[in-house]
Design a protein around this ligand. Structure first.
Ligand code: CA
Length: 230
């Protein structure tokens, strides 16, 4: 999952970037409204954390511009302003959640998880697909009840597919959501990671859809589907 963090307070930006990276997210950071707006307008993000008081372009305006352009990613507003009128302006501009400074990092992370969950139509922080179980709070994965050790990239790949289960996700989309903007992106590496996940979990868990990409669905569901089609 890829997060855009727009925050001009350098210390806070560094702290949050670290906390988000530790939680397994890929993070791009911007320190002013213009840069933040540009990134949110041109790169695909799963969630955006947006400060309201920003140099060059106010956070509310940034958000309004994104929404006007049809950008639908979940946005959490982060600001020192706790006046009710600012919250209203933020929500009316298209914000999905709001957190007033000062706050606990844990609360921010929980809200980010909730936004991702809602976007994926999930009800809880645990994702269960057949024998696969992903705890998005601890980033722990079990298969058939056994803990599975994954590298951070393998986890990010699996979590992304799980949040978009039942749909074919292209390699390009995966590359865009699993690496930050500075990474030398090579969509061939995705195939390598998919191969490793199949080896560590189940060879049939991640389906390759020729020419289109990958899809994560439990073999049971696939079987039920083919039975339904027959
Ligand atoms: Ca600020």
């Amino acid at each position: 999952m890829r997060v855009l963090l727009v925050e001009d307070d350098k210390d806070l930006q560094r702290l949050l970037k670290q906390a988000l990276s530790d939680a397994g997210y890929v993070v791009d950071a911007a320190a002013d409204g213009e840069e933040g707006h540009f990134l949110g307008d041109t790169e695909p993000y799963d969630v955006v954390i947006l400060d309201l008081g920003l140099p060059k372009m106010d956070g509310v305006r940034v958000l309004e511009q994104w929404r006007k352009a049809g950008r639908k990613m979940p946005v959490l507003i982060l600001t020192a302003r706790d006046r009710w009128s600012d919250k209203v302006a933020g929500f009316d501009a298209g914000a999905d959640d709001y957190l007033a400074k000062p706050f606990y990092t844990e609360e921010l992370l929980a809200r980010v998880r909730a936004l991702l969950r809602r976007a994926a139509g999930l009800a809880t922080s645990e994702i269960e697909i057949g024998a696969l179980r992903i705890d998005t709070r601890s980033s722990r994965v079990t298969f058939d009840g056994n803990p599975v050790k994954l590298t951070s990239l393998e986890y990010r790949l699996l979590a992304y597919l799980a949040h978009h289960r039942g749909r074919v996700v292209s390699r390009t989309e995966l590359v865009e959501h699993l690496y930050d903007q500075d990474f030398d992106r090579d969509s061939n590496t995705i195939e390598v990671f998919v191969g490793r996940l199949r080896k560590k979990l189940d060879p049939n868990l991640i389906q390759t859809v020729r020419g289109l990409g990958y899809s994560l669905e439990s073999p049971d569901a696939l079987r039920a589907e083919s039975v339904a089609k027959a």
